[in-house]
Write a protein that binds this ligand. Sequence first.
Ligand SMILES: *Cc1c(COP(=O)(O)O)cnc(C)c1O
Length: 234
Amino acid sequence: MERRDELAQSLAAVRERIAKACDAAGRSADEVTLVVVTKTHPASDVALLAELGVTDVGENRHPEAAGKHLAAVEAGVALRWHFVGGLQTNKAGAIARYADVVHSVDRAKLARSLDRGAQAAGRTLRCLVQVDFDTTDPGRAGVLPADVQALADVIAGECPHLELGGVMTVAPLGRDPAPSFAHLREISAELRHTTPSATMISAGMSEDFEVAIAHGATHVRVGRSVLGQRPVLQ
Ligand SMILES: *Cc1c(COP(=O)(O)O)cnc(C)c1O
């Protein structure tokens, strides 16, 4: 099968799953944005996805993301670019030049670097606070629920070139994701008391996006269900 047909088919299946999950949750399908995570897949796939009506793509590594963004711009393909991966402070300036939304902000130092990068690039960058609900693995990205407000205050209060967009999580591995997604929704509601515009709830991946939609996700980040298995990285 041609790659375009393959992507059209898997995309239709994912959109159908989103529509069903929205229906089951009593939500309208346009409340949920599909972010197709294109990491490890070529720029040609990004172009095909745009042709097929995808508006938002996600990447987790610089400079792979930068290269694909540039290829898209050169091909005249307009997309919103979401950076969803772990991020070193010294890459923040580069990422601020092409990302529209950074989902993985989990420390004040990173927020300040992104703010300086956005200023230098003459842009405003939307940032989400990444929340971690897995207390058994201290190596995971994300702030603990108790620390969300403090980081949100830094982004909203001290970083004029950042816009606090909301919250994001990656559900703990190998556990029922529902409690985490439910907790994320509560955190989001609290955050909107102080920052009403922070409406984004980025939650759910290929395996669990229906559960995330049931718990209020506004942005689902889907890779494998659209693009197929990723090649194993060396
Ligand atoms: C890779 C990735 C995804 C997509 O995962 P799939 O299981 O391929 O759907 C979502 N979010 C983040 C942060 C990722 O790194």
